[in-house]
Each structure stands twice: as C-alpha cells, then as structure tokens.
Design a protein around this ligand. Sequence first.
Ligand SMILES: Cc1ncc(COP(=O)(O)O)c(C=O)c1O
Length: 308
Amino acid sequence: MPKFAYFKGGFVSIQDAKISIMTHGFNYGTGCFEGIRAYWNGEEEQLFVFKLLDHFERFLRSSRILLMALPFTAGQLADITLELVRKEGYREDTYIRPLAYKADEVVGVRLHNLRDEVAIFATPFGRYIEREEGASAAVSSWRRIDDNAVPARAKITGAYINSALAKTEAVLNGFDEAIVLTCDGHVSEGSAENLFIIRDGALITPPVTENILEGITRKVIIELAREELGLEVVERPIDRTELYVADEAFFCGTGVQVVAIAHIDRRPVGAGQIGPIVKMIRDLYFDIVRGKVTKYLHWCTPVYTSAP
Ligand SMILES: Cc1ncc(COP(=O)(O)O)c(C=O)c1O
C-alpha cells in the first residue's frame, strides 16, 4: 500500500486523500489520468521512471480535451511525481497514477465552470497480464468508443467503462485479453493496450485515426523496430481476419508492457507461441526500461539521487 499521495496541492497521508461521493468526477467520469511505470534496477540500486515527461505531456493534452486549464507544466508534474516516489522509498517496480478531475461537489453534467484538481499516487506493481509470453485474446463483442462520441485519444476516466466491458467479457469467457474493433469493424486496440501484428517481417499497427489511445509504448516500439531492428513498420487499418493469418502479434502499453499473443479467437497466431520478432522486441524493451541500455538512458528518469 502507498503511504502518501499528492492531493489538493500538497503531499498528504494516503488515508487523507479522499473525495466526496458528490464529487463531479466520481459521478460523471469527468477526469483524465495516466499510467506510468518505474522499474527497479537492482545492480544500480536505482528506480527509473520510463518516459516520465511524455506521460505528463499526454496528461495535459487529455486535460485540454476536458476543458481543463491545469496550472502545471509537464516538468512541474514530473518533479512532484519524483518527490512522491522518493517519499515512498520504493525499491521495486512501481506504477504511478496521476489523475485530474472535476472536483466540485455539484449535480449537473458539463465540463465548464468547474474546479479541477490533480492527484497522484504510486503503488508497487507487477504484471498486468500473467501470461506475457503467450496470451490468449478474443475479438470483443463490444466496439471501441468513437472520437466523436467519447474521444479515445484522451485518457478519460469515464471512457474506461468501454475497456472494462471488453476486458470482463474476454476474461469471463476464458481469454486473457480483448481485441476491440472500431464501429467500422477495423481492429482498434486491446482493452487497455495497443496492438501490433507481424506479417512477412513487417510490423503493422492501426493508425491514430482508428480510435486508439496514442500510446507512448506504441511510439517507442515503432522507433525501436525501425532504428534498432531494421524492421518495416506500417500504420494502416487492420481487418479482423488479418489477426487470424498474422505470423506474430503482440499487445503493448505501460501496464501490459510487451505481451506476445499466442491465440486469437482460439486460432494459433503463427506457431501458437511467442515468435522471434516479438521475443526480440520484448527483450530490448525490458532492457531499456530498466535503464540497461546507455543509448536510451535519456528515456529513463532516476528517482533517487542517493541510495534509498
Ligand atoms: C486504451 C489504452 N490503449 C493503449 C494504452 C497504451 O498506452 P501507453 O503505451 O501510453 O501506456 C493504454 C494504456 O495506457 C490504454 O489504456
């Protein structure tokens, strides 16, 4: 359990970081959030936060869509986060959750003329999907929210009912994860992660206009695949049945990290186990996020200036 939170402009005990049942964000889902991971590197006795600034830049973009004008820069939010994690003193993999929400205790659905608050907590966290090396996925009967209804580009708290419906359907049906189609029937993403398939050695992923969250991990993978692995990466719409004929497939995201998909709708993906390209990407990703690759150390922010 975390001991502290950033709440109402300062650091408080986690027990004191409470909102009212009347809080607007709780009633109407009028908030946005981030999910950030920090990785413990035992050799260096250091906790590295991955892509810290990128997350807060997206956080501020989400908040703008919700008509918020938060009085912070991404850099200021990053500094608050580092101070919070330092106070916790974690020496293990950690998940950081910043939230911005409409804080007034009033009845009435809207975005305007409401006070915004920022809260942050950080908690130890392991795997999001247990079978990271070969998960099973099912195409969901739920469709992905549409940009003109609930914008998926913003990480909006209320929008996650769409993810929850898809995830629960998949898990209760015996699968690890859902693959959600757009209303047009193209592949969008997983319930809380982006998706890539591999065909003939090329990575293919839906473009940002397919109602995906513009994933930070997705961007990292695209860059690494091109720059480090010399692979072709194509952003284009994906048909459902391309999932069934792909050589390899994987989910990626801060929470799921890089998860190989071994089966989709009970059909084996390739050989029905993690393939060589996904394995390479996974290995490289985990080395980088733990701060083990000098070239990409600038993606990792150290939490501690001296040993915790
Ligand atoms: C719906 C959805 N798609 C994709 C992602 C992956 O995004 P990122 O790599 O920025 O964590 C997430 C997780 O944050 C998500 O919730």
